[in-house]
Design a binder for this molecule. Sequence first.
Ligand code: ADP
Ligand code: MG
Length: 261
Amino acid sequence: MTQHTDNDGLAIDARHLVKRYAEHEVLRDVSLRVREASVVSIIGSSGSGKSTLLRCMNLLETPDRGELTVADEAIRFTRDAEGANVGLDRRQIQRLRAQVAMVFQQFNLWPHLTVLGNVIEAPLRVRGLRRREAVEIGEHFLARVGLADKRDAYPAYLSGGQQQRVAIARALAMQPRVLLFDEPTSALDPELVSEVLGVIHGLADEGRTMLLVTHEMGFARDVSHEVVFLHQGVVEECGSPREVFENAASERCRQFVSSVA
Ligand code: ADP
Ligand code: MG
């Protein structure tokens, strides 16, 4: 019989994560699981720890305690008496990061590179692909986000919605197992929100594994298999969109949902 591990079918399995900034405990024993080919949304008010939690998933932030398994890389976090992280393996961190791509609120495109240049940069430098192969993949994903014709343009000449779609193509070009989105539409003019949500919706329909922080409640409800409500660094409620948006046990969650609806 085949031996199965606990995280069978899980793209992300975060267990008991703790993250502090000095005295401020921003994540307090947070556990979160994302199944392969599923979409999980994190909601919660400003300052509740959503971005920090997301950034822990690709180790842009290093948790102080807990364990994280992403795409079969299992990492356990502990600190020594001086507060320094111990036992982290650099190569393991690099392998984990290569499996997780992030899309930021502010797009973060490189202004001195063309659209295609932005998309192929990491495949060339991080994955070590040959230029021809990287260009082929880059063109494929630019077409996927509807921007094939912008390949030679510079970011400054694009709308915010187009820039965010380039950022999504750039993330896809790394061919990651998991996509992370941190409020991908919060920096956009209202009329540009739907073109970006449309692209993310299409990725969900394709069965991509995604973890996203969003203030777009209708979208979260539509696209997610599971919703997590974070409050002061604690998962206060989690479940199906229906459970969280209509039937939350937590009074705070009910208040939050009705305040943003
Ligand atoms: P959210 O994304 O839900 O708005 P964040 O994860 O950005 O919340 O922040 C959670 C808390 O952690 C906030 O109180 C914020 O001020 C604090 N925080 C975030 N990043 C840092 C940092 N680099 N240094 C100190 N405090 C931070
Ligand atoms: Mg945030």
